[in-house]
Design a protein around this ligand. Structure first.
Ligand code: BEZ
Ligand code: FE
Length: 305
């Protein structure tokens, strides 16, 4: 596979030219030498090294540099307190998932983390165990249940579970302009660490793609669609906060590819389809509607792991 049109290595570049380029790298790195905060100094010098290495490796043209600046400018213009194009960019470049990987090293059997996404909202309504997060959002009812434990298998009572998801049309409540609160809630585990609630069977939906990130995806032939998922954030005292999703086994989008690289095998769950008329776990009458059920047992790592 041809990866680049840049010359292989630096073989086509004279020693004099290489020296000029390296001199600039060294000068910029040295410009950060007096940074008081050692972490900031390390970050800025490393960023300089990698950025210059990229420019030199691809032999960036001035036209390409201008296009890059224009792209970032457009990302800035479309960003506001509701739309964050830079996080979207980080997501589609896999930078968000790489940061999660670096900061959430696997601990024993702890549940894996995945991308947060832009649609979490603080202060979602509280529901009782067995309650419904739909709040009128359209979609197939889905019974979700499980247990929260620590890595030693001890149940975690009173863990706070935030859940949020898109409706059947692929939109989160915050993407509508009518101020609705739907498809999100929080609840607490019981004394045995158990939880259960009604949600909606997740369906695939595109990330916002009407801006520069969407244009970039189109230019490179990539789909903006995310694999169907249900978001969770679980917090409990002395345990590491878990931000994750569960994905729907058999969803073709898992094979096609999740646009933000969020899928992990351990997070793919069976969503068992139930024919209309099948008795529900809590006796809820769904009339002639089909429904689904899934189980997600959550294992939290120690806070200091
Ligand atoms: C989401 O899961 O909703 C999402 C994640 C990353 C980017 C856009 C959307
Ligand atoms: Fe999502």
């Amino acid at each position: 596979m041809t990866e680049t049109t840049a010359p292989a290595g630096r073989s086509g570049i004279s020693a004099e030219q290489q020296a000029v380029e390296q001199q600039l790298v060294d000068t910029v790195i040295a410009s950060f030498d007096k940074t008081e905060d050692p972490r900031l100094k390390f970050l800025m010098q490393s960023l300089t090294r990698h950025l210059h290495a990229f420019i030199r490796e691809v032999r960036l043209t001035e036209d390409e540099w201008n296009k890059g600046i224009e792209f970032l400018t457009n990302a800035g213009h479309i960003t506001d307190d509701k739309r964050q194009e830079f996080i979207l960019l980080s997501d589609v470049l896999g930078a968000s998932m790489q940061t999660i990987a670096v900061n959430n090293e696997t601990v024993g059997n702890a549940t894996e983390a995945t991308v947060f996404g832009p649609f979490f909202v603080n202060d979602a309504p509280e529901i009782p165990i067995g309650g419904d997060i739909a709040g009128g959002a359209a979609g197939q009812p889905c019974w979700v249940e499980g247990t929260v434990t620590d890595t030693n298998g001890n149940p975690v009572p009173n863990a706070r579970i935030e859940v949020w998801e898109a409706d059947d049309d692929g939109f989160y409540d915050v993407q509508y302009t009518d101020g609705r609160v739907a498809g999100r809630a929080h609840l607490y585990t019981d004394q045995d660490g158990k939880y259960r609630f009604w949600g909606l069977t997740p369906t695939p939906y595109p990330i916002p793609h009407d801006g520069p990130v969407g244009q970039m995806l189109e230019a490179v032939g990539r789909s903006p669609v995310r694999a169907s998922h249900l978001h969770f954030m679980v917090t409990a005292e002395n345990l590491r906060t878990l931000v994750t999703h569960i994905f729907v086994e058999g969803d073709p989008q898992i094979e096609i590819g999740d646009s933000v690289f969020g899928v992990k095998d351990s997070l793919i769950k069976k969503f068992d389809q139930q024919p209309a008329g099948t008795p529900t776990p809590d006796g809820r009458d769904l009339g002639n509607q089909t429904w689904a059920r899934t189980r997600f047992d959550i294992v939290l790592a120690p806070a200091d792991a």
